[in-house]
Design a protein around this ligand. Structure first.
Ligand code: NAD
Length: 554
């Protein structure tokens, strides 16, 4: 039985033992589509997160996808082009059930303005990273990444601990909403600015944010008290970051850590310029896109200048993957890239071992399935400090949104080992239903994004998009259930290409084979991608885990 969804009553949370499709693979994928809308930011408009990241191109396209998933057989493959179903092909039972290509625009044309024009004509939609591929799990999807960044900074700068440290950030949207909880889990006092009061209220209602301050004075007092008492605290403040950051600079206050996760990548549908109301912005999105882009960029310039001042004053400042430095540099802030990107600054040694944001969803809708897998992880990886620490924290702190799900940064062969064991638990009935395994697109072999994921690669291969394309083709050959190639839309047009994958553990022998091949080859490509770029960690991984890399000198 689906569950009520108080946040979006028209979009119930799927679950239960009833099969509506012709098999559990199709049913599970349909539930993932239902889930991304149930936890999405604006499901009435099919928007899941990141300003414009959509689950399907239009409501008729959505209806046709649902109908096809309900009716299709296992020996067919549904083709989706930018959120619209375009074919149901005769394949075979080991082929993927769904193959997608979303928002891939030929190089010279891949610009925000051209994307908006195609979108207006109904020819394209942006799938975000995980929205259009139905892999989004709410704010939890980035929370461990954000937490690991904070912990790397704690180790680098603050003796391993963020107690008594002030973190300043902005953006309480679909992904940015993870920041207050990640900051609190890391022990910090974290202040999160968002221009939209509803976003702050929503994060508080679902347990990701503790307090909402009435104004900046009150917010700073709350943070100051928490810092003095070394007490973890998350505080939201409604305001424009392009006003608030410079005001904090003006007051001579320097946080310990500063970042930002507004939708700065999109100057029209994401970022809100200072001095404009949300209604005014909505109107300009329809009839003043040029004006809005200029105003957003001018605000981002001030926003980033304040971040650079914090950096000059000694704060640890980083770009959290929203293209804010790129926008500022185009607005004339020549030194915007003095701010490092989080991947290169903190997480690359993990990605070089293909350790990244793996996740699973209980299609039964039962939280007990996730609890059982949490126990299993602790049993299987007792010596993996990142995992044991994370699972203990996550089970105590992270509220479920939509289908119960868990994220955990596992690497090569670890993901496969877990999934195979879980498949056995589904077969034995110890778990109440199939488990869907997936990962973020921001994963070792899966993404080329020269201003985020692959910035500053050792060998200069930042912008080569062969890797995600190879990954996707390999995943199709490896029998994954859903495979997708995404490129950037809106302000990300021309900036990235990524591959996504989902594999359903339904307890069958066929699922065992799919999980084994797809998950192993996916991370193997990740290790190979970094080994080929010359990362020592990857070469060690190749050696110790017998990864089939063909090593040639250039
Ligand atoms: P979202 O569109 O759901 O939320 C963006 C939030 O920013 C909204 O709540 C909006 O009100 C707020 N905002 C916009 N302009 C503002 C301003 N000037 N001042 C204060 N608040 C403002 O987007 P999201 O899903 O939360 O993603 C945010 C950004 O992070 C995107 O650019 C996205 O691509 C990026 N992202 C990065 C990662 C990563 O791995 N680091 C992962 C996912 C998303």
């Amino acid at each position: 039985m689906p569950k009520d969804n108080p946040r979006h009553p028209k979009f119930p949370i799927p679950g239960g033992p009833e099969l509506r499709a012709k098999g559990w693979r199709q049913e599970a994928i349909l539930r993932l589509l239902e889930n991304v809308l149930s936890v999405g930011e604006d499901p009435d408009n099919l928007i899941v997160y990141a300003a414009l990241g959509k689950a399907a191109r239009s409501w008729p396209a959505h209806a046709a996808i649902v109908k096809t998933l309900l009716e299709m057989d296992e020996n067919q493959t549904l083709l989706i082009q930018s959120g619209k179903p375009v074919g149901l092909m005769k394949t075979h039972a080991k082929a993927p059930l769904v193959i997608m290509a979303n928002c891939n625009i030929v190089g010279q044309w891949a610009k925000a303005e051209y994307f908006y024009e195609l979108q207006r004509k109904g020819l394209i939609c942006w799938g975000g990273l995980t929205a259009g591929a139905w892999q989004y799990i709410g704010s939890q999807g980035v929370i461990q990444g954000t937490y690991e960044i904070f912990m790397r900074i704690a180790e680098k700068r603050f003796g391993g601990d963020l107690a008594g440290r002030f973190v300043l950030t902005a953006g309480l949207g679909g992904m940015g909403g993870a920041q207050p909880l990640a900051g609190r889990m890391a022990g910090a006092a974290i202040l999160c600015i968002d221009v939209d009061a509803d976003r702050a209220i929503k994060r508080k209602a679902i347990g990701y944010l503790q307090e909402i301050a009435p104004d900046l004075d009150a917010a700073l007092e709350m943070i100051d008290a928490a810092v003095r008492e070394k007490r973890a605290l998350s505080v939201g403040l409604v305001g424009n970051a392009a006003d608030i950051y410079p005001e904090i600079v003006r007051r001579g206050i320097t946080p310990d850590i500063v970042t930002d996760q507004t939708s700065a990548h999109d100057l029209v549908y994401g970022y809100v310029p200072r001095g404009m109301s949300l209604d005014e912005v909505k109107r300009l999105r329809e009839d003043g896109q040029g004006q809005l882009m200029a105003a957003s960029r001018a605000s981002i310039v001030e926003h980033v200048k304040a971040m650079l001042t914090f950096q000059d004053r000694g704060a640890e400042v980083f770009d959290n993957g929203n293209l804010i430095r790129t926008q500022a540099r185009e607005g004339g802030v020549d030194n915007a890239f003095d701010i490092p990107i989080f991947t290169q600054a903190y997480l690359r040694p993990l990605f070089a071992r293909a350790i990244g944001p793996f996740r699973w969803m209980a299609t039964s809708g039962e939280e007990s399935d996730i609890a059982r897998i949490d126990d299993l992880l602790l049993d299987m990886f007792p010596d993996n400090r990142i995992i044991t620490n994370w699972i203990r924290l996550a089970r105590d702190n992270i509220p479920f949104e939509g289908l119960p799900a868990r994220i955990a940064w596992l690497g090569h062969l670890e993901r496969t080992a877990l999934a195979l064991r879980v498949n056995e638990l589904v077969a034995s009935g110890e778990l109440k239903g199939p488990i869907a395994f997936s990962r973020d697109h921001l994963d070792a072999g899966a993404m080329s994004h020269p201003n985020i994921m692959t910035e500053g690669m050792k060998d200069g291969s930042d912008a080569i998009a062969d890797w995600p394309l190879l990954d996707a083709m390999m995943l199709c050959s490896s029998m994954a259930d859903l495979v997708v190639v995404h490129s950037g839309g809106g302000g990300y047009a021309g900036y990235m290409t990524s591959a996504g994958v989902t594999v359903i553990a339904d307890g069958t022998q066929a699922a065992r084979e799919r999980l084994d091949h797809a998950l192993t080859n996916d991370t193997a490509i990740g290790v190979i991608r970094y080994a080929d770029a010359g990362y020592e960690e990857s070469l060690e991984e190749i050696e110790s885990k017998d990864v089939p890399y063909i090593r040639l000198h250039r």
